[in-house]
Structures are given as C-alpha cells and as structure tokens.
Unconditional design. Structure first.
Ligand SMILES: [Zn+2]
Length: 181
C-alpha cells in the first residue's frame, strides 16, 4: 500500500532492517553469507512459485541488496567474491549508542578486557569494554562482550584439593591391617 510523502519523509531510514541484518551477521562473526542466505536467515524468504510472487520477490531482493550495499558503504559490512559468488560478513566494527542521545557511534576509540573474581568453580566473567565518543556528549563506555573463562586454579583451590587428598589417604587402611573381603 502506498504511503503519503509526509509519512515517507518522517520515516526512520530503514533502521529496523539494518539493525536486523547487522545483528544477524554480528552474531555470526566468524562466517560469511550470500545475500540470499542472509535473507533466509531473517526469514525474508524469496519465493518464485508464481510469476506475480516472483516479480514481487525480485523487488524485495533488489531492496534488500540496496540495504546491504548501504551497510557496506557505511563500513559496517564487508563483501568478497569467493568462488564466483558474493559473500557478506560483519566488518568487525562494534557500534554503540550514546546513552544520552542514542546517536550511533561506529568505532570504539579503545577496547580492553577486564575479568572479575573467580567463583567456586574457578570461572571468571570476562568483559570486553569499549570506549566511545559521542560528538555531542563526549566519552562513554559500553560492555561489548561478556564471556565466562576458566582461570587457573588459585592457591586457595589448590590447598583445598591437597586437604581432600590427605583426608582420603588417612581413611585408607594401613597395610597389614585386616580388611573385610
Ligand atoms: Zn550523545
């Protein structure tokens, strides 16, 4: 259904589809997809069963391709021809939104990792933090990634293990003692 010019101009610049494409590819950073696979992944399925649907789908594909192209131009995605097909991948830039105005800042100025205290299992929560700069509101930080990592056993854990071993050794019957069969 056509929409009024006013509505068109007031509309957000396809942010939803952009966000969907980016989150789909960012969640699968280690893989590259064809544009059709991305479409299928987002369930914008291309259907070619009837001429009418086929015609509509071609338009959808063209729209979709335009979105992808736009994202490549903005440096958010990268493309490469492999074995005669074009593949798309997340560009590896992690954007963040300014907490004050919501403006999107594409590249962090700096990123670093921090790890919390280990829990009883020796697991630590590792955070990757990014420092961004909003042109209006200055620097802000965002957690980019949370990951549980296994840390080397601490001295406390080692001592505990040794104590358990000693206890087990104590329980063992001494050689020469009578043992039930
Ligand atoms: Zn801002």
């Amino acid at each position: 259904m056509p929409i009024a010019k006013q509505e068109f101009e007031n509309g957000k610049v396809h942010s939803t589809l952009e966000d969907e494409i980016l989150s789909f590819l960012n969640e699968r950073k280690d893989r590259a997809f064809t544009s059709q696979e991305v479409m299928e992944g987002l369930s914008y399925n291309a259907e070619f069963s009837t001429p009418e649907i086929s015609k509509m789908s071609s338009f959808t594909i063209a729209d979709f391709t335009t979105f992808l192209h736009h994202l490549v131009e903005k440096g958010r995605l990268k493309t490469k021809i492999v074995r005669g097909r074009m593949y798309i991948m997340a560009a590896g830039e992690i954007s963040a939104r300014c907490p004050k105005c919501g403006a999107e800042v594409i590249r962090p100025e700096k990123t670093w990792k921090m790890a919390g205290r280990p829990n009883k299992k020796g697991e630590r929560l590792q955070l990757q933090i990014g420092l961004y700069r909003c042109p209006k509101h200055g620097a802000f930080r965002t957690v980019l990634e949370k990951q549980k990592i296994q840390s080397a056993p601490t001295n406390r854990v080692k001592r505990k293990k040794r104590a358990v071993k000693r206890k087990a050794a104590k329980k063992k019957p001494k050689s020469g003692a009578w043992v039930p069969i």
